[in-house]
Design a protein around this ligand. Structure first.
Ligand code: B12
Length: 215
């Protein structure tokens, strides 16, 4: 299984679209869970694309193409998730914070969460703090998920937490951080409820927090 996942990572890294679709089909037919295909295949492949870009081996257009291939492959996988019914498990408001337009990781988390029965309100990318507060107050979610890939936007994450406190909403929602810019240490310092290294761990925390059903 790891060998096939390694080939999937390699096909994405090489931007070989035909080979990539073929290998994903092979993996699905072979019964490999879509979560593994995403985390151990596609995600590793895109990281390698990023590495080649940083090393000057790929141009920006190739980096963007790699991101596109990843998004396209996610669409193929989305239909294979076991949907446990929409919204039964809980509600999540989700978005990438202001100043950051990375959305692939956020979209994967969304897909996993929906696959596990959560209703997700996705506010998109470059989201103003006020918009997060508005959505928390309107949708009354169990979890607020914030994505940040740029270290320069960490103050934005902190600002959302501060504004939630000011609005008197902080105790009504669990705050979950994700994206490569956030660390456990940062999460502890600004007082969030959880920091996830990947989408699977993030959904695990959401399940834990909503295990007793909705309040
Ligand atoms: C693809 C990419 C882009 C694409 C984004 C396309 C898109 N639609 O998202 C483009 C080309 C547009 C881009 C632009 C930029 N990028 Co960029 N980009 C990347 C790259 C190569 C991959 C990111 C990615 O999608 N990974 C795959 C996904 C699946 O992984 P992930 O995001 O980590 O998500 C997983 C987890 O983190 C988690 N997760 C993520 N969000 C959330 C949220 C929640 C709630 C939960 C629970 C979990 C969760 O779940 C996901 C699945 O497990 C990274 C390098 C890298 N190796 O990460 C750089 C990187 C993130 N970019 C970087 C930079 C600097 C930029 C630019 C500023 C470049 C520039 N100089 O112009 C711009 C910023 C534009 C902006 N304002 O946001 C830096 C950030 C450095 C830093 N520490 O701040 C990186 C790390 C590259 C580097 N080493 O320099 N980028």
């Amino acid at each position: 299984m790891m060998e096939l996942l390694g080939r999937i990572a390699g096909a994405l890294a090489d931007l070989n679209s035909e080979e990539l679709s073929r290998l994903i089909q092979e993996a699905l037919e072979g019964g490999i869970p879509p979560t593994r295909i995403l985390e151990d295949g596609l995600r590793r492949g895109l990281e390698e694309v990023g590495r080649r870009f940083e090393a000057g081996e790929y141009f920006l257009s190739e980096l963007l193409y790699g991101a596109d291939l990843m998004s396209e492959s996610m669409k193929t996988l989305a239909s294979r998730f076991n949907f446990e019914g929409s919204g039964g498990r809980g509600v999540i408001v989700l978005g990438t914070v202001r100043g950051d337009i990375h959305d692939i990781g956020k979209n994967i988390f969304k897909m996993f969460a929906e696959g596990c029965g959560f209703k997700v309100y996705d506010l998109g990318v470059d989201v103003d703090p006020e918009r997060f507060i508005e959505a928390v107050s309107e949708e009354n979610p169990d979890v607020l998920g914030l994505s940040a890939l740029l270290t320069t936007v960490l103050p934005e994450v902190e600002l959302v937490v501060k504004k939630l406190e000011e609005a008197g909403l902080r105790d009504k929602v669990k705050i979950l951080l994700g994206g490569n810019a956030v660390t456990e240490e940062f999460g502890r310092r600004i007082g969030v409820d959880g920091v996830a290294a990947d989408a699977v761990q993030g959904v695990g925390l959401c399940r834990e927090w909503t295990a007793g059903g909705r309040a």
